[in-house]
Design a protein around this ligand. Sequence first.
Ligand code: DNO
Length: 400
Amino acid sequence: MLEKTWRWFGEKDNITLAEIRQMGVEGIVTALHHIPNGEVWPVDEIMKVKNLIEEHGMRWSVVESLPVSEGIKTGNDDRERLLENYKISLENLGKCGIDTICYNFMPVLDWARTDIKHKLNNGAESMYFDYPTFAAFDIFILKRPNAEKDYSDDILAKAKEVYAEMSEEERENLAYNIIVLTQGFIDGTVGDSANYKELFLSFLDNYKDIDSNKLKENLKYFLNDIMPVADKYDIKMSIHPDDPPFPVLGLPRIVSTQADFEEITKMYPSTNNGVTLCAGSLSVIPENNFGSIVDSIGSHIHFVHLRASRQIDGRSFYEADHLTGSVNMYELIKALLKEQNKRKSEGREDIRMPFRPDHGNKILDDFNRKSNPGYPLYGRLKGLSEITGMMTAIDCELNK
Ligand code: DNO
């Protein structure tokens, strides 16, 4: 069985560690969210959180995320200082015995949805990415220079319609949700300032001379610099794929496919140079085949996000229930459990990849509770339970 984990947002989270423990969770996924992006994580702050988790009978399984600052992604003048800080944080985490770190290399925006209150037929609430609505945000609300050139005529026409039907308030909410609300709780780059749109545009502008080759070069530079520290402490670095896994806002994308994963795991030769297999993000590209991904880079998978999306058409999708989206969860879990057996036979110590039920739809009392977008209690618990049931059955079948 994989290690059962749960994302907890620290003491501000209204789900307590004691409650999480009751759900059969073994490990916690969290970050020092109070430390600003780019600053050093001190040992005493790390230990406070670690001890608290351990006092509740669990372990700090994964740091999600130790954020990679924009200056490292763009390779600007501040890069060396930011890398130095990153390495000190890594070293401090290593000294505290933390062994897995999730990070991403997505420019500016960590993830994007156009509707965070999408009603499903059964009354549950999901999150939706509607491509024409996103285009309307990009072209008409944000007014990114030359944005219209990135869309087909068909999408442009739909975006115009969508925009025309929106009220001023709806337009503002859309921009706020994309730039601030869905980013803030995971250490977003822009923050909640009055001129968030201008600020966001200026961040996008930093990428005007950065194409995917340049971004790859910067990722390689990052890995070559930090991986020796990760190896020294045997920390497993796990890059999270792009969400959504196609270019948005004219930004380059380099972590969207099996080929991308293969290229990245070769950028620095170490098993610790690994990936977070986020099924939900990857599933938006129908060609992404999980069996084949696990076959190819399985030994580098250090963390797993289990959820599923369902495509509407082209680039639009919503987050489905964990077992009923476009991910063949049975095949994926089976491939991961086989990978585990393989590690066992190779004598590897890190056989239990931590997984978490990634996101969840709002159901039941979730409507009366406050939660970060995508992280309601009951929807995630339902996902955790369904996945655990399926995993237990497959494990019995494979290892009887
Ligand atoms: C959203 C999450 C992402 C993820 C980061 C990892 O809910 O999947 O914010 O944590 O991209 O660096």
